[in-house]
Design a protein around this ligand. Structure first.
Ligand code: GLU
Length: 309
């Protein structure tokens, strides 16, 4: 689609004035000092053509978007048995809620809330030291994006660990139910580092492309996962990818997507393209405010919603 470049520029131009809105995550200094006016968009279609604009090549903290990559890794290692440890239902609670976990005896609702992602980090850790598991995650993301420069921001990883009291509570709580197989500090070491991956919109869109193409990276020709698995990961992103705002995101955008508190969102238009947006100001559900609006405009103008044009 030749006019996709014009469209990303139009979206950027229209929404740029709103980038000051929303609240930048401030639970760690390295996120709190990010310029709230940053705004990038990148789209990659199945031919590998990139349409991008704004701060699309500046790396930011992908935070919970990483949960898609670790889920993919865990499913590769453990297959469907992964679902014995974590559910597949939207949570209807905040991403870091502990209340639901008690009701459900330490089995997290889905792999995209923090508790679920911590269980997934535990399963990626199987057979590895934490350092090896972190290396495996980084290499996997580099492989998906076909970009060996992608790395973890060590300052973000350190601050996550220094302030992650609630994640420590969630992990200890699950450990008390026998739901984690490794020591809590090892599991959280992996989790905090995956959250600290730094990527640009261009890299993120590229890394998600296999999910738009039935599990196969259309540029390298590598099969990452089966088409059935890609479909299922997309289903989870659609139902659970935006914390307690997942229903709203499906309603307004209609694309499988995963957001992070760094202000990034990776979204997938199956059979068409992979998209990443970044704008640090968050709405009340912790999703990028302008990023969500940008994806809504994109879906409206392209007719890419999975629910129809
Ligand atoms: N590192 C953040 C946390 O675990 C990630 C939150 C997010 O992006 O949802 O609290």
């Amino acid at each position: 689609m030749a006019d996709l470049q014009a469209l990303v520029e139009e979206i950027h131009h229209t929404l740029k004035p709103r980038t000051g809105e929303g609240k930048v995550a401030d639970y760690i200094p390295s996120l709190a000092r990010v310029d709230p006016n940053k705004f990038g968009i990148a789209i990659i279609d199945l031919n590998g053509t990139v349409y991008k604009t704004g701060d699309c090549d500046e790396a930011f903290s992908i935070q919970s978007v990483s949960k898609v990559f670790t889920l993919t890794l865990a499913l590769g290692k453990h297959g469907e048995t992964t679902w014995n440890r974590v559910g597949r239902e939207p949570s209807g609670s905040a991403f870091n809620s502990i209340v639901q976990l008690e009701h459900e005896h330490g089995k997290p609702r889905n792999p995209f809330i923090n508790a679920g992602a911590i269980v997934i980090s535990d399963s990626v850790l199987a057979g590895h030291t934490p350092r090896e598991a972190i290396g495996e995650i980084v290499r996997f993301v580099q492989y998906l994006a076909d970009d060996p420069t992608i790395a973890i921001d060590p300052e973000v990883a350190r601050s996550e660990a220094a302030t992650g009291f609630r994640n420590m509570a969630l992990a200890n709580f699950m450990k008390s139910y026998g739901k984690l197989q490794h020591p809590v500090d090892h599991v959280l070491g992996v989790y905090f580092h995956q959250c600290a991956l730094a990527m640009s919109c261009t890299q993120l869109a590229r890394a998600g492309l296999f999910l738009a193409a039935n599990g196969k990276n259309p540029i390298t020709g590598h099969t990452v996962v089966s088409s059935q698995r890609a479909r299922r990961i997309n289903a989870l992103m659609l139902t659970c990818g935006h914390y307690d705002g997942s229903g709203d995101f499906a309603y307004h955008v209609g694309l499988p997507g995963k957001s992070g508190v760094g202000g990034g969102i990776m979204a997938v238009a199956p059979g068409k393209a992979s998209v990443a947006v970044w704008s640090p100001g968050l709405n009340q559900n912790g999703n990028s405010l302008v990023g969500s609006l940008a994806l809504e405009m994109l879906a409206n103008k392209t007719g890419w919603s999975v629910f129809g044009g």
